[in-house]
Design a protein around this ligand. Structure first.
Ligand SMILES: [Fe+2]
Length: 189
């Protein structure tokens, strides 16, 4: 179901659908990563113009496509200068994400242990991702922070989720690698 019309959407969807025919999560996400890299550099694919408009209060999430047959969901996110996420998970889903324009910083974490609502993480890497750069998250490696560290430029990224992601866990830093978990309902703009 195309939720926001855009140029080249038929080919965009057909190429993503083909990637979903791979067998394992690893193969699907690797195929999607390569595919998304190509689509970002493809001048015939023109995302809807609204995805270039940031929202002052928070980064924006706009669902542009949801596959009725394969279940995956494509969200465009728009990051104004300085906007970002807290540390969060992906509700146990795989996800492939790519930077469409601008630059994003991605901080990756591994879960060390958890005890009730307290989670212990170690930071395992920081990536500076520019246009065309893609990455994937496969549970249990599904914890990260994304932010636009630019003071002047807006960034746009595209995220392909295994299913619709309506909520996730977010983690508040209590110090000493310890974080408190809360559930967050994710809104669409
Ligand atoms: Fe994420």
């Amino acid at each position: 179901m195309l939720l926001l019309p855009f140029g080249g959407s038929e080919r965009f969807i057909s190429l993503l659908d083909q990637c979903l025919q791979q067998g394992s999560e690893q193969k699907i996400t690797e195929a999607l990563r390569q595919c998304l890299s190509g689509l970002i550099q493809d001048a015939d694919i023109q995302l809807p113009s609204c995805v270039y408009e940031s929202t002052p209060e928070h980064y924006s999430r706009r669902e542009i496509y949801r596959s009725p047959d394969l279940g995956y969901s494509v969200i465009a996110m728009t990051w104004g200068p300085g906007q970002g996420t807290p540390l969060h998970d992906h509700s146990g889903m795989w996800c492939v994400e790519g930077v469409w324009s601008g630059n994003l910083e991605v901080v990756q974490f591994d879960l060390l242990k958890s005890q009730q609502n307290l989670f212990y993480f170690s930071e395992v890497g920081v990536l500076q991702a520019g246009p065309g750069s893609t990455g994937s998250l496969i549970p249990p490696h599904e914890y990260h922070i994304i932010r636009n560290v630019s003071q002047s430029e807006t960034a746009v990224s595209v995220h392909i989720y295994q299913n619709q992601m309506m909520q996730c866990s977010v983690f508040r830093d209590l110090g000493n690698n310890c974080y408190e978990r809360t559930e967050r309902v994710l809104c669409l703009d």
